[in-house]
Design a binder for this molecule. Sequence first.
Ligand SMILES: [Zn+2]
Length: 172
Amino acid sequence: MDTNDNEHIQFIRLAIDEAKKCIPTPTAFCVGCVLTVPGPDATPVVLATGYSRELPGNTHAEANALAKARALTKEQLQTLIPSLAPTSSIEDVLSSANIYTTMEPCSVRTSGLAPCADAVIAARNRRCFIGVGEPDDFVKCEGAQKLQAAGVEVIWIKGLEQECLEVARRGH
Ligand SMILES: [Zn+2]
């Protein structure tokens, strides 16, 4: 990690709070996600949050956070990031975003929806901070590997693995 360790811990903790909002289910994990972008004075601001099954369907935290970010109005974006150039699109904003997720973004989906690793790559997020690797409960996850191969910087947060896993497995 870099010199802003505390900042990253703060956002992964916020992601854990999101994960706690999930309705537990025996067949999936409870994951939380936070997207941040550089705001005034380069201080990061939260662009959007998401958690598993927050949006209708068997939706995932990362995809939900990205969908909620894309649903922001131009005015909402301008309020969050006052320095935003009027010509900047949400896709420009997402390409400077950090994504914090309590669990490694999935690389395989059996339900037909796109895996989160692909969604993060498509959004061109700058860095992906991960609380814990996905255990092999359901599928073998190669999300982190996939992200790195696509040029997304992957940073493993240390010390919150147990907490992230416990929240993820609520309902199992
Ligand atoms: Zn996913």
